[in-house]
Design a protein around this ligand. Structure first.
Ligand code: PLP
Length: 444
């Protein structure tokens, strides 16, 4: 047995030894399509020569300099690239090493902002059930996934409160229109502000498109505009976690561009560096930075590896390649193809309740019964079996569910690299379809 702590302590996973394009190769020589880019990470696929060259060049020049004393060129240029044109009023960027760290930074910056502008009573956050913001304790406190929270409940922060997500497949009542359902969710949010005391709320945190826990669940039209209006009315911040859904994954650079709102703080990771280096960060609205500047003039938070030169050089190269190769257009085109292929394959399938997503970020939700939306017994581990069957057929996908909050069906996410070709999209759906058929045949 391995001495490394793996996700499972009972079995060792295969060794990945090489990656090229959308393919991963293991030590046994098997070729696996990285059909979910890991967890929606590998946006450029593997082995992109420009990113590798940029990383090597940065290492030749400077591997590390502590940010208590220095800045570095790659971090400065990455910040310019991300917020130099102030998208949605976001003017500043902070870089760390993961999505969880990004969420921690967002939480702490938001609290510090209100301290600096003389509103110390603001101590509460409102987030959503069935959300995921990371595994560190602050981010886990923000998250609303009951299963992940349960073991740590006694040591999680009590400053986080949860309202319903926008999840029409299961939560919109049959007698409700989309607009009525959205209005109900906005009323629920307003009621939560009132319950806590509106002047005690720091902000509302949400994934723009919910990733792992709900499976590519985008909000209905008008939802985020309604949320933003409530936040604005009460002077609270809108904090959008785009760790999974952002950086082009949904077909626009930022997923919020499709929602008619922009955040006060946005968390980014995964597609920022495409897995070539560990990097995450936050993008911050000018007014938040002004508040801090006029106050202590510092962000009271830091990490040894913040704005790491090599990580920033990798992310800068990833973002440059995305622009040079016009990959957002490919995400849109291949995303439309993926949706079409999934709909053809599963649109009338008795065990697929919903097919949903945006861009190259799609999920199918498995149900025991399509009409009643009855979930499969979690003990059947449907999502895990689909993952294994797909892997046997040379496809890596990202499954979840079954045990989430006890009411949600299993689902699997497909999030191919942005470089995927039409033929590769077809192969992904073909292999995925075969895997699903094999699992469901066993269950009959
Ligand atoms: N936020 C969201 C929406 C995520 O999907 C994830 C990871 O899956 C995180 C935060 C945590 O990111 P990391 O695993 O890089 O810490």
């Amino acid at each position: 047995m391995s001495h490394l702590v793996h996700r499972s302590l009972r079995s060792d996973p295969p060794l990945a030894v090489r990656g090229q394009g959308i393919y991963l190769y293991d030590a046994a020589g098997r070729e696996i399509i990285d059909g979910s880019g890991g967890a929606a990470v590998a946006c450029l696929g593997h082995g992109h020569p420009k990113v590798i060259t940029a990383i090597k060049a940065q290492l030749d020049q400077l591997a590390y300099a502590h940010t208590a004393l220095f800045s570095c060129e790659s971090a400065e240029r990455l910040a310019d690239t991300m917020v130099g044109h102030a998208p949605g009023g976001l003017t500043h960027a902070y870089f760390c090493s993961s999505g969880s760290e990004g969420n921690e930074a967002a939480i702490k910056m938001a609290r510090q902002y209100f301290l600096e502008i003389g509103e110390p009573r603001r101590v509460n956050f409102i987030a959503r059930r069935q959300s995921y913001h990371g595994n560190t304790l602050g981010a886990l406190s923000a998250g609303g996934n009951a299963m992940r929270r349960a073991p740590y409940q006694p040591i999680l922060s009590r400053a986080f409160h949860h309202v319903s997500p926008c999840y029409p497949y299961r939560d919109r009542r049959d007698d409700e229109s989309d607009a009525q359902y959205v209005a109900r969710l906005i009323e629920e949010l307003e009621a939560e502000f009132q319950r806590l005391g509106p002047d005690t709320v720091i902000g509302f945190m949400a994934e723009t498109v919910v990733g792992a826990t709900l499976g590519c669940a985008a909000a209905l039209p008008g939802y985020f505009e309604g949320v933003k209006a409530v936040c604005d009315r009460h002077g609270a911040l809108l904090i959008l976690d785009e760790v999974m859904s952002g950086m082009g994954r949904c077909g626009t650079l930022h997923a919020w561009e499709q929602e008619g709102v922009s955040p006060d703080i946005q968390i980014v990771a995964k597609g920022l560096g495409g897995g070539y280096q560990p990097i995450g960060g936050i993008l911050v609205h000018g007014r938040v930075i002004e508040g801090l500047s006029r106050g202590t003039g510092a962000f009271m938070h830091g990490h040894t590896y913040q704005a790491h030169p090599v990580a920033c050089a990798a992310a800068l190269a990833v973002q440059q390649v995305m622009a040079e190769e016009n990959l957002l257009a490919n995400v849109q085109a291949m995303g439309a193809r993926l949706e079409q292929r999934l709909t053809e394959r599963f649109g009338n399938h008795r065990h697929i309740g919903d097919i949903r997503g945006r861009g190259l970020f799609w999920a199918v939700e498995f149900v025991a019964d399509r009409a009643s939306k009855q979930v499969f017994d979690p003990a059947l581990k449907v999502n895990e079996r689909v993952k294994q069957e797909a892997f046997r057929r040379g496809l890596a996908c990202y499954p979840m569910g079954g045990t989430i909050d006890g009411r949600q069906g299993d689902h699997a996410i497909l999030a191919p690299p942005y470089i995927a070709t039409p033929e590769q999209i077809d192969t992904i759906v073909e292999r995925f379809g075969e895997a699903v058929d094999a699992v469901l045949a066993e269950l009959r």
